[in-house]
Ligand binder design. Structure first.
Ligand code: FE2
Length: 334
């Protein structure tokens, strides 16, 4: 059985083919890189429309597979940015309708978790999901993923990227496990005065961003502010994860989403997990960010457990929460 997965929630148009031995037959990624500034949906969506057809053909070609051999089409219908989601959904609906294939709706956040469980081999972890558009501590209980804590305002990745752009150290992408803010922080020292906010189980980063920029205007050294900003941001999510670990009694920890490429965040989590006798395993950096493989993987699980959607009902869900998705495959897959 072969499943074709389509990802288009943010900056990456991904198409992947996966067989039921979980062998990746193709993993095509077309990433939109803005010339300056952040991701503007009105610029990314036309880029996706341009590359979509070629990406599907490239994936099939790389795998040596014809559409007739594909058993189901999985698509990320949310959460994400509307214009980009619409491109992926349109392509998936068209393929499903034209070739008469079942269409499987996939939640992007669930897919980040499933790919992390698969790649680490950790079956029942508490999850730190951090990306440009999401920050949450999540764990499975009674049939679905539950949100233990999340950001009250900006996602952590967005806060880091915005800070990097505001202070002129963009592009902010993670390279070799380092974000622009990590590089800027080298040689920096912790300075007092920036807010560390954990409210209950939730984090907040907008006050931190404002205070960091204000401190710089007040003459603070950039490397000290980079260092302090990063330490506060990472430590607050690790604290929430630690509370979640203590409360749920889980024995395993994973980190997933774009910011999972950060070597330092991996280090902090690994240390925290070891203090609690829990197991932590990093995911390969290349699967931290968005990709079609995680959609195909989750789509395959969902398909086997009977989840599918009529193409005409396959509408996007920009704010589709992880805790709205039944996960009947949890103990049986991957
Ligand atoms: Fe993502």
């Amino acid at each position: 059985m072969i499943v074709l997965g389509i990802e288009s929630t943010a900056h990456t148009f991904g198409v992947a083919l996966l067989d039921d031995q979980l062998k990746v037959l193709a993993d095509v990624r077309k990433q939109y890189v803005p010339k300056s500034g952040g991701i503007l949906p009105r610029e990314v969506a036309p880029f996706f429309s341009q590359v979509a057809g070629a990406a599907v053909r490239e994936a099939l070609g790389a795998a040596g597979v014809r559409m007739g051999e594909v058993e189901a089409i999985a698509v990320a219908l949310g959460p994400g940015m509307g214009p980009q989601l619409r491109v992926g959904a349109s392509v998936a609906r068209a393929l499903a309708a034209y070739y008469g294939k079942p269409l499987v709706p996939v939640n992007h956040a669930v897919a980040h978790i499933e790919v992390a469980r698969w790649l680490t081999g950790l079956k029942d972890p508490i999850v730190l999901y951090v990306a440009g558009g999401n920050t949450a501590v999540i764990s499975y209980a009674e049939g679905r993923y539950r949100v233990f804590g999340e950001t009250l305002d900006l996602p952590l990745g967005n806060a880091l990227d915005t800070f990097a752009r505001e202070v002129g150290i963009a592009p902010p992408y993670v390279r070799e496990g380092k974000h622009a803010v990590d590089i800027c922080a080298e040689g920096g020292e912790f300075v007092e005065g920036l807010p560390y906010v954990v409210k209950g189980q939730d984090s907040s980063f907008s006050g931190l961003l404002t205070a960091a920029l204000k401190a710089l205007r007040g003459g603070a050294a950039l490397r000290d502010i980079c260092f302090t900003f990063r330490e506060i941001a990472y430590s607050s999510v690790v604290e929430v994860l630690e509370r979640g670990l203590a409360l749920t009694g889980k024995r395993e920890v994973v980190l997933t989403g774009g910011v999972a490429a950060s070597a330092l965040l991996n280090e902090k989590l690994s240390l925290m997990a070891s203090l609690h006798g829990a197991q932590f395993r990093p995911i390969p950096r290349s699967y931290a960010g968005d990709n079609g493989v995680m959609i195909a993987l989750t789509g395959m699980a969902a398909f086997k457990w009977g989840q599918r959607v009529e193409p005409r009902r396959a509408t996007i869900r920009q704010r589709w929460r992880v805790d709205q998705v039944p996960v009947p495959w949890y103990y049986g897959f991957p």
